[in-house]
Design a protein around this ligand. Sequence first.
Ligand code: 26Y
Length: 822
Amino acid sequence: AWRKYSAREFTSKDEFEKDFVRHIETTLARSLYNCDELAAYSGTALAFRDRLIIEWNRTQQRQTFTDQKRVYYLSLEFLMGRALDNAMLNVGMKDAAREGLKDLGFRIEDVISQEHDAALGNGGLGRLAACFLDSLATLNYPAWGYGLRYRYGIFKQEIVNGYQMEIPDYWLDNNPWEFPRHDITVDIQFYGHVKKHQDENGKLVHSWEDGEVVQAVAYDVPIPGYGTKTTNNLRLWSSKASSGEFDFQKFNAGDYESAVADQQNAETISAVLYPNDNLERGKELRLKQQYFWCAASLFDIVRRFKKTKRAWSEFPDQVAIQLNDTHPTLAIVELQRILIDIEGLEWDEAWNIVTKTFGYTNHTVLPEALEKWSVPLVQNLLPRHLQIIYDINLFFLQSVEKQFPNDRDILARVSIIEESHPKMVRMAYLAIIGSHKVNGVAELHSDLLKTTLFKDFVDIYGPDRFTNVTNGVTPRRWLHQANPALSSLIAQKLGGHEFLTDLTLLDKLETFVDDKEFRRQWAEIKSHNKLRLAKLIKETTGYTVNPESLFDVQVKRIHEYKRQQLNIFGVIHRYLKIKEMSAEERKKVVPRVSIFGGKAAPGYWMAKTIIHLINKVASVVNNDSDVGDLLKVIFIEDYNVSKAEIICPASDISEHISTAGTEGSGTSNMKFVMNGGLIIGTCDGANIEITREIGDQNIFLFGNLAEDVEELRHRHFYGNFQLDPGLANVFKAIKDNMFGDAADFSALTASIEEHGDYYLVSDDFHSYVTTHEMVDEAFVNKEEWLAKSITSVARMGFFSTDRVINEYADSIWNVEPLAVKD
Ligand code: 26Y
């Protein structure tokens, strides 16, 4: 009976316009006569939001009703980018909106670009979580994301005199995509102490008493799937002062000022995303964030489970929780605490439930990125959790001792507690011990986990606890949305857009590789996308670039292991060569634009030095009349998801050149190839599988292999270190102050010449430079280049997150999609 009252959805251009006007005039209380682009964005977003909400409610009802196993993806980062275009494409009706907006005097692209990026992440790990949500919804999996609602996302980057400056990113004003749920709150406890006592049956029980309480408030974000009515939920927790008993006591005790200060403190928990990527700092506030978010999410999940009145033993049949790196590892301890301290289960029964519930994904082998928390810190903040961690460790070590009675050293090696000063809790070990599956994110990475970082655990648990799930990206955002022209050309050839939900269908493109007209269209789209990027470069840097040049792109977080320094040294090398050439010789140079983008962690000095050098080289090279169009160097400031959507489709070649064995997977490599760009890369991360899929004639690989790295590093220290002659030339130019004061860059050159060249820049320099020469040669052969480009796209079907999510569902979560009729 209620159905006839339920909200309606617009289904035509005219109805869109009506909804749009209604929102402008009532929801926003504005008049159409002063409706600017920002208001037009809000009106459009609200009209689409109405449609989303209806499907969202229905999806949640359906999931509750069928009561199947659900997946919960716990991630401290969700790098979502903009939502409107995605909503339009997923819900459909973008064309109706385009026409409707045109009637009202707006260009849809301008309206879409009003939206502020939701930048609740640093880089790859956060963007992967966002792509996963898209695929989970598209494939109709009953799945929730859980994260933190940061008031400030990743900082905005400005370049001032060549230096990075960080500007806070306050993004929450007028965000139409979040729904505050003031009725859904959880009280989260910190500090205090543990009391032991006996219950009525004489059983020893622990209670965690006193301390402080902070309230978690839920904010929900709808996640639409593509071509399905499934709309999943992303729940983000915001911290707020609690009105609970503890603070009340403080007020009563007359400690008014400190009670008020506590309240302000409460809100700082969810205030800011930590801007470190792959660098662990051990800050107490970050540990607070982690527990706050884990405890709120666990409470919510347990509350939902308890409504079904099932036995606890069924918990792992109803709930799968995936840990995005070790950041949510406390969730393991929290579930064990809930089960034994609050629900009264026995240890073994509880632990069995816990390990069946959790899966852990590792994203890195870099030692400086592995989380460790000091025991005194955990003791103070989470006293009961520390006890449970020690118990977990005790039972674990007892079983290892039984298994390896003659191995004296293994216990110290695998202990969750590192016996240092202060002692440290090794979160990765805790995550392994508390999960039933551990996965890496590309084949080489997963192999390295098994043979190096987690070797002992393979001996203990056997190889089956460890698996690989190679990363992917969602083709909806990274092909269809970012590159509509290419998506539509492909759809023309394949007879529809089905490839967007079954990316392996791209392989049919190979039959058109030799089709002259098709090649022409393909090339035209690339040119058009390069023009679009050239425009962005002009607007943001003032530099004019020739769109006929070879566009060579490296965009990602700035990190020594990703080796932007190798790239800029290569650029300097190229510049020096051009300077030496005669006018005749210069005619043969293939014009190039070297494009960089990416943020450095604010405290990462070396990364900031690399940015500085890139910008100094840019100002010298770009203003050198000897060089002209032959070489331009561009640093695009504030690289983010929406800039990536313009950059990826516009590259001819992109760089994925990490020291072999250091990059977990990389995902922008996939985005670039999917958009018809070729790549130059090392044998690292997913580059290896990309090569296997597209063929080694379609990729430019160079450099030393992972298996040789250790030996090379050893030789740097114990042999005599010989700088590559080409690189020596580059360093000489830097030291001659060609790019400003050489002292500004001495740390960078010294890290290679004097401090052991840990990232093997010198070892790989020669093959890097010669491989770039091969790139130039290949680029001038336009037809062959096009053939490589088309063939590569045709063979990228494997790298959709749809495949990735199905693998997690089968091999880790054991969940089924929900049948959606309606
Ligand atoms: C501990 C804390 C400081 C920390 C914060 C963020 C540690 C790591 C990170 C982020 C890591 C990250 O983004 N890793 C990337 O994950 C991608 C998705 O799996 C991989 O493609 C990429 O190789 C890896 O570096």
